[in-house]
Design a protein around this ligand. Structure first.
Ligand SMILES: [Zn+2]
Length: 340
């Protein structure tokens, strides 16, 4: 994401309850609304069924997304109400037709509502397309609290990953002379520390906890845009998570899997993971193998194949698995055993 032209300012979230009632009336004229069923049942009263086109998002396959988007150019606005897919679809369609965009995330488990690009799938690949800033980004505590707490708590892992991502970045600057921005790194560390000192609010999914999570996403996305990559928040912990997904062919709650991988990768990097473990425990974000749904064998296998995995994924910025020798069976055993 390197930028020759200056970016438009980021969306500023609005916080509160029943926030749809504060969106200007004209946007409700004949909108297209992308939804997932649970949140839709909670907010459908705001929309006139005669005048709006409601589309339940079940797939983000690129071809399908394109055909869904095509006929919607004359709508008054695009609403995205739900989790990642509903948000991404709304972003794509609004960007395609340059229409006003309203985003109302129903969970904070991913940062889709805070980033510009829309994630679409092409087979097993994820591509980030378009670029759009919502006119209204609504963080509605009443709606978010209807979701299972785990799904909101899981969002914390994408901030917690600063812990391992910064180590990768710093090491890449030492080993390979990659440009490193100590100021951005320091600001990322401040976001991480803010998260670490508010575990109980995250656990309770209180108004303050949800607001904090949203603000940390905003801060993190801004730092990534500043350096033009996701260096401040994504590194080898995500690579290990991708490898586990590839190896097992299963999908997981992203934040739970990433939380587990931060614990493992932090130790491979030689970091003291005690603060991470304490946070996960206090925040009620269970990232044990059992809770995540990964077996000991699967994790061991993934660890021993990481060297090969990152070599085959040439778009990944270098991290600890690039720099050190492959992990042997004995070391993998130890890393998995230390999880208990
Ligand atoms: Zn992530």
């Amino acid at each position: 994401m390197s930028n020759a032209t200056p970016l438009s300012p980021m969306a500023k979230p609005r916080f509160g309850r029943d926030l749809l009632s504060q969106v200007p009336n004209e946007l409700f004229q004949n909108p297209a609304v992308f939804v997932q069923p649970e949140p839709w049942s909670l907010v459908s009263r705001f929309f006139d069924p005669e005048r709006c086109h409601v589309h339940e998002v079940t797939s983000m396959e690129h071809e399908l997304v394109r055909s869904v988007a095509e006929p919607l150019g004359d709508r008054s606005a695009i609403f995205g109400i739900g989790g990642g897919s509903a948000i991404d679809m709304a972003k794509y369609v609004a960007a395609e037709h340059n229409l006003p965009l309203v985003l109302l995330p129903s969970i904070l488990s991913v940062d889709a509502a805070f980033t510009r690009a829309a994630a679409v799938r092409e087979g097993s690949l994820v591509r980030y397309l378009k670029s759009v800033v919502p006119d209204h980004l609504l963080i509605d505590f009443g709606l978010l609290k209807q979701a299972p707490p785990l799904l909101n708590r899981a969002g914390a892992a994408d901030v917690l990953s600063i812990f391992t991502a910064l180590w990768d970045w710093r090491e890449a600057s030492v080993v390979e002379g990659e440009p490193y921005d100590p100021k951005v790194a320091e600001q990322s560390r401040v976001l991480l520390d803010r998260l670490l000192s508010h575990a109980s609010q995250i656990r309770d999914c209180s108004d303050q906890g949800l607001r904090l999570l949203a603000e940390l996403f905003v801060g993190e996305v801004a730092l990534c845009e500043q350096v033009g990559t996701s260096r401040p928040e994504e590194g080898s912990e995500h690579y290990l998570a991708y490898c586990v997904e590839r190896l097992t062919g299963r999908s997981f709650i992203h934040g739970q899997l990433v939380g587990l991988c931060i614990d493992v990768v932090g130790r491979i990097q030689g970091q003291d993971v005690a603060p991470i473990r304490r946070f996960l425990k206090e925040a009620g974000l269970d990232c044990s193998l059992e809770a995540v749904g990964v077996t000991q064998d699967e994790l061991r296998k993934a660890l021993t194949m990481m060297k090969e995995f990152v070599a085959g994924e040439s778009h990944l910025l270098p991290g600890v698995f690039h720099f050190r020798p492959a992990i042997g069976a004995k070391e993998a055993d130890r890393l998995v055993a230390e999880l208990d």
